[in-house]
Design a binder for this molecule. Structure first.
Ligand SMILES: Nc1ncnc2c1ncn2[C@@H]1O[C@H](COP(=O)(O)OP(=O)(O)OP(=O)(O)O)[C@@H](O)[C@H]1O
Length: 287
Protein backbone atom coordinates (compact mmCIF):
# COMPACT_ATOMS: atom_id res chain seq x y z
CA UNK A 1 0.00 0.00 0.00
CA UNK A 2 1.31 3.44 -0.78
CA UNK A 3 2.64 5.44 2.10
CA UNK A 4 1.53 8.98 2.73
CA UNK A 5 2.73 11.41 5.31
CA UNK A 6 0.01 12.92 7.48
CA UNK A 7 1.88 16.17 7.76
CA UNK A 8 3.05 16.71 4.22
CA UNK A 9 0.49 14.67 2.30
CA UNK A 10 3.43 13.51 0.20
CA UNK A 11 3.50 9.84 -0.67
CA UNK A 12 6.87 8.26 0.09
CA UNK A 13 7.44 10.72 2.94
CA UNK A 14 6.85 8.28 5.80
CA UNK A 15 9.92 7.25 7.75
CA UNK A 16 10.97 3.64 7.64
CA UNK A 17 10.01 1.01 10.22
CA UNK A 18 13.29 1.55 12.07
CA UNK A 19 12.19 5.05 13.03
CA UNK A 20 9.16 3.66 14.83
CA UNK A 21 10.85 0.81 16.63
CA UNK A 22 9.66 0.61 20.24
CA UNK A 23 11.93 1.81 22.96
CA UNK A 24 12.23 4.24 25.81
CA UNK A 25 9.83 5.08 28.61
CA UNK A 26 6.54 6.67 27.65
CA UNK A 27 7.51 10.00 29.23
CA UNK A 28 10.85 10.05 27.42
CA UNK A 29 11.36 12.68 24.77
CA UNK A 30 10.07 11.03 21.59
CA UNK A 31 12.46 10.63 18.71
CA UNK A 32 10.97 11.04 15.26
CA UNK A 33 7.24 11.25 14.58
CA UNK A 34 4.73 10.62 17.38
CA UNK A 35 3.17 7.21 16.90
CA UNK A 36 -0.61 7.02 16.62
CA UNK A 37 -0.60 4.59 19.53
CA UNK A 38 2.19 4.17 22.06
CA UNK A 39 1.86 1.39 24.62
CA UNK A 40 4.30 0.68 27.43
CA UNK A 41 4.25 -2.17 29.94
CA UNK A 42 0.54 -2.86 29.48
CA UNK A 43 -0.67 -5.57 31.85
CA UNK A 44 -4.04 -7.10 32.70
CA UNK A 45 -4.55 -10.02 35.02
CA UNK A 46 -7.80 -12.00 35.37
CA UNK A 47 -7.33 -14.17 38.45
CA UNK A 48 -4.30 -16.34 37.83
CA UNK A 49 -4.17 -15.54 34.16
CA UNK A 50 -2.26 -12.65 32.61
CA UNK A 51 -4.47 -11.86 29.62
CA UNK A 52 -2.05 -9.10 28.59
CA UNK A 53 1.45 -9.63 29.94
CA UNK A 54 3.59 -6.53 29.46
CA UNK A 55 2.88 -5.23 25.98
CA UNK A 56 5.16 -2.55 24.49
CA UNK A 57 4.01 -1.36 21.12
CA UNK A 58 4.27 1.69 18.85
CA UNK A 59 1.74 1.83 16.03
CA UNK A 60 2.73 4.26 13.24
CA UNK A 61 0.27 6.93 12.14
CA UNK A 62 -1.48 6.85 8.79
CA UNK A 63 -1.27 3.09 8.41
CA UNK A 64 -3.77 0.27 8.07
CA UNK A 65 -2.74 -1.90 10.99
CA UNK A 66 -3.85 -5.45 11.73
CA UNK A 67 -3.71 -6.92 15.23
CA UNK A 68 -3.78 -10.68 14.83
CA UNK A 69 -3.48 -13.62 17.18
CA UNK A 70 -5.13 -16.92 18.07
CA UNK A 71 -8.26 -17.14 20.23
CA UNK A 72 -7.53 -15.91 23.74
CA UNK A 73 -4.28 -14.17 22.73
CA UNK A 74 -5.37 -10.94 24.42
CA UNK A 75 -6.34 -8.81 21.41
CA UNK A 76 -9.72 -7.66 22.74
CA UNK A 77 -8.30 -7.03 26.22
CA UNK A 78 -5.49 -4.96 24.68
CA UNK A 79 -7.83 -2.94 22.45
CA UNK A 80 -10.19 -2.37 25.40
CA UNK A 81 -7.36 -0.93 27.47
CA UNK A 82 -5.93 1.10 24.59
CA UNK A 83 -9.32 2.72 23.97
CA UNK A 84 -10.01 3.46 27.64
CA UNK A 85 -12.80 0.90 28.04
CA UNK A 86 -10.88 -1.27 30.52
CA UNK A 87 -8.46 -0.07 33.17
CA UNK A 88 -5.07 -1.79 33.00
CA UNK A 89 -3.39 -3.24 36.09
CA UNK A 90 -0.20 -1.59 34.92
CA UNK A 91 1.22 0.27 31.97
CA UNK A 92 0.54 3.36 29.93
CA UNK A 93 -1.10 4.17 26.63
CA UNK A 94 -0.90 7.33 24.55
CA UNK A 95 -2.95 8.18 21.48
CA UNK A 96 -1.17 10.72 19.29
CA UNK A 97 0.74 11.83 22.37
CA UNK A 98 -2.26 12.03 24.76
CA UNK A 99 -2.45 9.75 27.77
CA UNK A 100 -5.56 7.57 27.68
CA UNK A 101 -6.12 7.59 31.43
CA UNK A 102 -4.75 11.04 32.38
CA UNK A 103 -6.36 12.91 29.49
CA UNK A 104 -9.45 10.87 28.54
CA UNK A 105 -11.41 13.70 26.89
CA UNK A 106 -8.55 14.59 24.53
CA UNK A 107 -8.17 10.92 23.66
CA UNK A 108 -11.85 10.18 23.18
CA UNK A 109 -12.27 13.12 20.83
CA UNK A 110 -9.46 11.67 18.67
CA UNK A 111 -10.56 8.06 18.47
CA UNK A 112 -13.43 6.08 17.02
CA UNK A 113 -14.16 2.62 18.36
CA UNK A 114 -16.11 -0.33 17.03
CA UNK A 115 -15.82 -2.70 19.98
CA UNK A 116 -16.42 -6.43 20.14
CA UNK A 117 -19.97 -7.29 21.21
CA UNK A 118 -21.10 -3.88 20.01
CA UNK A 119 -23.77 -2.46 22.32
CA UNK A 120 -26.00 0.09 20.62
CA UNK A 121 -29.10 1.99 21.64
CA UNK A 122 -31.49 -0.60 20.28
CA UNK A 123 -34.66 1.48 20.46
CA UNK A 124 -33.30 4.25 18.28
CA UNK A 125 -33.44 4.10 14.52
CA UNK A 126 -30.10 4.07 12.69
CA UNK A 127 -30.58 7.71 11.79
CA UNK A 128 -31.49 8.67 15.37
CA UNK A 129 -28.45 6.81 16.65
CA UNK A 130 -26.18 8.88 14.41
CA UNK A 131 -27.97 12.11 15.39
CA UNK A 132 -27.53 11.24 19.07
CA UNK A 133 -23.87 10.26 18.60
CA UNK A 134 -23.17 13.48 16.71
CA UNK A 135 -24.65 15.65 19.45
CA UNK A 136 -22.71 13.70 22.11
CA UNK A 137 -19.59 14.47 20.10
CA UNK A 138 -20.49 18.16 20.16
CA UNK A 139 -20.99 18.52 16.41
CA UNK A 140 -23.43 21.16 15.11
CA UNK A 141 -26.80 19.70 14.10
CA UNK A 142 -26.50 20.65 10.42
CA UNK A 143 -23.06 19.03 10.22
CA UNK A 144 -24.37 15.86 11.89
CA UNK A 145 -27.23 15.72 9.38
CA UNK A 146 -24.84 16.12 6.46
CA UNK A 147 -22.33 13.55 7.64
CA UNK A 148 -25.01 11.07 8.74
CA UNK A 149 -26.74 11.23 5.34
CA UNK A 150 -23.43 10.67 3.54
CA UNK A 151 -22.36 7.79 5.78
CA UNK A 152 -25.75 6.10 5.52
CA UNK A 153 -25.56 6.44 1.76
CA UNK A 154 -22.01 5.11 1.40
CA UNK A 155 -22.74 2.22 3.77
CA UNK A 156 -25.94 1.37 1.91
CA UNK A 157 -28.14 1.99 4.94
CA UNK A 158 -30.27 4.84 3.63
CA UNK A 159 -33.22 2.51 3.01
CA UNK A 160 -33.02 1.20 6.60
CA UNK A 161 -32.26 4.47 8.34
CA UNK A 162 -35.68 4.68 10.03
CA UNK A 163 -35.69 1.05 11.16
CA UNK A 164 -34.95 0.42 14.84
CA UNK A 165 -31.41 -0.79 15.49
CA UNK A 166 -32.84 -3.80 17.34
CA UNK A 167 -34.20 -4.97 13.99
CA UNK A 168 -30.87 -4.61 12.17
CA UNK A 169 -28.98 -7.69 10.96
CA UNK A 170 -25.45 -8.42 12.23
CA UNK A 171 -23.85 -6.80 9.19
CA UNK A 172 -26.13 -3.75 9.41
CA UNK A 173 -25.19 -3.35 13.08
CA UNK A 174 -21.50 -3.40 12.17
CA UNK A 175 -22.12 -0.76 9.51
CA UNK A 176 -24.14 1.59 11.71
CA UNK A 177 -21.53 1.08 14.47
CA UNK A 178 -18.83 2.03 11.98
CA UNK A 179 -20.80 5.10 10.89
CA UNK A 180 -21.12 6.17 14.55
CA UNK A 181 -17.38 5.61 15.09
CA UNK A 182 -16.51 7.73 12.03
CA UNK A 183 -19.00 10.56 12.47
CA UNK A 184 -16.63 12.92 14.33
CA UNK A 185 -13.79 12.18 11.87
CA UNK A 186 -11.39 10.59 14.38
CA UNK A 187 -7.63 10.43 13.97
CA UNK A 188 -7.41 6.77 14.97
CA UNK A 189 -10.09 4.17 14.39
CA UNK A 190 -10.11 0.94 16.44
CA UNK A 191 -12.15 -1.94 15.11
CA UNK A 192 -12.52 -5.30 16.84
CA UNK A 193 -13.42 -7.93 14.22
CA UNK A 194 -15.17 -5.41 11.91
CA UNK A 195 -15.85 -7.96 9.19
CA UNK A 196 -17.33 -10.70 11.39
CA UNK A 197 -20.83 -11.59 10.19
CA UNK A 198 -20.56 -9.19 7.26
CA UNK A 199 -21.43 -10.38 3.76
CA UNK A 200 -18.90 -9.91 0.93
CA UNK A 201 -20.73 -6.95 -0.58
CA UNK A 202 -20.91 -5.09 2.73
CA UNK A 203 -17.30 -6.09 3.48
CA UNK A 204 -16.26 -4.45 0.24
CA UNK A 205 -18.18 -1.31 1.17
CA UNK A 206 -16.59 -1.19 4.64
CA UNK A 207 -13.20 -1.78 3.08
CA UNK A 208 -13.68 1.16 0.71
CA UNK A 209 -14.65 3.46 3.58
CA UNK A 210 -11.61 2.40 5.62
CA UNK A 211 -9.26 2.87 2.67
CA UNK A 212 -10.69 6.33 2.13
CA UNK A 213 -10.08 7.04 5.82
CA UNK A 214 -6.40 5.98 5.75
CA UNK A 215 -5.81 7.76 2.43
CA UNK A 216 -6.86 10.94 4.24
CA UNK A 217 -4.19 10.38 6.91
CA UNK A 218 -6.28 8.42 9.46
CA UNK A 219 -4.93 5.37 11.24
CA UNK A 220 -6.94 2.13 11.34
CA UNK A 221 -6.18 -0.52 13.94
CA UNK A 222 -8.25 -3.64 13.55
CA UNK A 223 -8.22 -7.13 14.98
CA UNK A 224 -9.10 -10.12 12.87
CA UNK A 225 -8.60 -13.86 12.57
CA UNK A 226 -8.89 -13.76 8.81
CA UNK A 227 -5.32 -13.67 7.55
CA UNK A 228 -6.21 -13.22 3.88
CA UNK A 229 -8.15 -10.12 4.84
CA UNK A 230 -5.31 -8.74 6.94
CA UNK A 231 -2.84 -9.50 4.17
CA UNK A 232 -4.93 -7.74 1.55
CA UNK A 233 -5.84 -4.72 3.69
CA UNK A 234 -3.01 -3.99 6.07
CA UNK A 235 0.41 -2.51 5.48
CA UNK A 236 1.52 -3.04 9.08
CA UNK A 237 0.76 -5.91 11.49
CA UNK A 238 1.26 -6.87 15.12
CA UNK A 239 1.00 -10.52 16.10
CA UNK A 240 -0.09 -11.43 19.64
CA UNK A 241 0.14 -14.77 21.41
CA UNK A 242 -0.41 -15.57 25.08
CA UNK A 243 -0.71 -11.91 26.07
CA UNK A 244 2.50 -10.79 24.36
CA UNK A 245 3.48 -9.24 21.05
CA UNK A 246 5.53 -11.84 19.19
CA UNK A 247 6.07 -9.89 15.94
CA UNK A 248 5.38 -6.43 14.63
CA UNK A 249 6.24 -4.29 11.65
CA UNK A 250 5.42 -3.75 7.99
CA UNK A 251 3.48 -6.65 6.52
CA UNK A 252 6.31 -7.83 4.26
CA UNK A 253 8.74 -7.82 7.18
CA UNK A 254 6.47 -9.90 9.42
CA UNK A 255 5.66 -12.30 6.57
CA UNK A 256 9.40 -12.74 5.98
CA UNK A 257 10.23 -15.76 3.82
CA UNK A 258 6.80 -17.40 4.32
CA UNK A 259 4.64 -17.50 1.22
CA UNK A 260 1.59 -16.12 3.04
CA UNK A 261 0.87 -14.22 6.23
CA UNK A 262 -1.15 -17.26 7.33
CA UNK A 263 1.99 -19.46 7.17
CA UNK A 264 4.08 -16.87 8.98
CA UNK A 265 1.36 -16.50 11.61
CA UNK A 266 1.07 -20.25 12.23
CA UNK A 267 4.79 -20.54 12.64
CA UNK A 268 5.00 -17.46 14.91
CA UNK A 269 2.30 -18.69 17.29
CA UNK A 270 3.63 -22.26 17.23
CA UNK A 271 0.52 -23.71 15.59
CA UNK A 272 2.10 -25.07 12.43
CA UNK A 273 1.66 -28.69 13.51
CA UNK A 274 -1.07 -30.69 11.82
CA UNK A 275 -3.75 -31.13 14.48
CA UNK A 276 -6.12 -34.00 15.18
CA UNK A 277 -3.64 -36.85 15.70
CA UNK A 278 -5.41 -37.84 18.91
CA UNK A 279 -8.82 -38.04 17.26
CA UNK A 280 -8.31 -41.41 15.56
CA UNK A 281 -11.86 -42.40 16.62
CA UNK A 282 -13.38 -39.54 14.62
CA UNK A 283 -14.96 -40.77 11.38
CA UNK A 284 -13.82 -44.06 9.84
CA UNK A 285 -14.96 -47.51 11.10
CA UNK A 286 -15.19 -46.83 14.81
CA UNK A 287 -18.89 -45.88 14.74
N1 LIG B 1 -13.53 -10.39 31.88
C1 LIG B 1 -12.73 -11.46 31.87
N2 LIG B 1 -12.64 -12.28 32.91
C2 LIG B 1 -11.83 -13.35 32.94
N3 LIG B 1 -11.03 -13.68 31.91
C3 LIG B 1 -11.07 -12.90 30.82
C4 LIG B 1 -11.92 -11.75 30.74
N4 LIG B 1 -11.74 -11.17 29.52
C5 LIG B 1 -10.81 -11.93 28.88
N5 LIG B 1 -10.42 -12.95 29.65
C6 LIG B 1 -9.42 -13.96 29.30
O1 LIG B 1 -8.28 -13.29 28.83
C7 LIG B 1 -7.72 -13.99 27.72
C8 LIG B 1 -7.61 -13.06 26.54
O2 LIG B 1 -8.94 -12.79 26.08
P1 LIG B 1 -9.23 -11.83 24.84
O3 LIG B 1 -10.72 -11.77 24.68
O4 LIG B 1 -8.51 -10.55 25.05
O5 LIG B 1 -8.55 -12.62 23.64
P2 LIG B 1 -8.70 -12.42 22.08
O6 LIG B 1 -7.34 -12.47 21.51
O7 LIG B 1 -9.50 -11.21 21.79
O8 LIG B 1 -9.51 -13.73 21.70
P3 LIG B 1 -10.55 -14.02 20.49
O9 LIG B 1 -9.75 -13.98 19.24
O10 LIG B 1 -11.04 -15.39 20.80
O11 LIG B 1 -11.63 -12.97 20.54
C9 LIG B 1 -8.61 -15.21 27.48
O12 LIG B 1 -8.02 -16.34 28.08
C10 LIG B 1 -9.90 -14.85 28.16
O13 LIG B 1 -10.55 -16.01 28.68
Amino acid sequence: MAEESQETGRRDALPSYGDFRDGGAIGARPEGPVPAVRVRGLWKQFGEQAAVAGVDLDLPAGRFIGLVGPNGAGKTTTLSMVTGLLRPDDGQVQINGHDVWADPVAVKSRIGVLPEGLRLFERLSGRELLAYTGRLRGLPGAEVDKRAAQLLDVLDLTGSQHKLVVDYSTGMRKKIGLAAALLHNPEVLFLDEPFEGVDPVSAQVIRGVLERFTAGGGTVVFSSHVMELVESLCDWVAVMAAGRIVARGPLAEVRGDASTLQDAFLSLVGADRVGGQDLDWLGGDSR
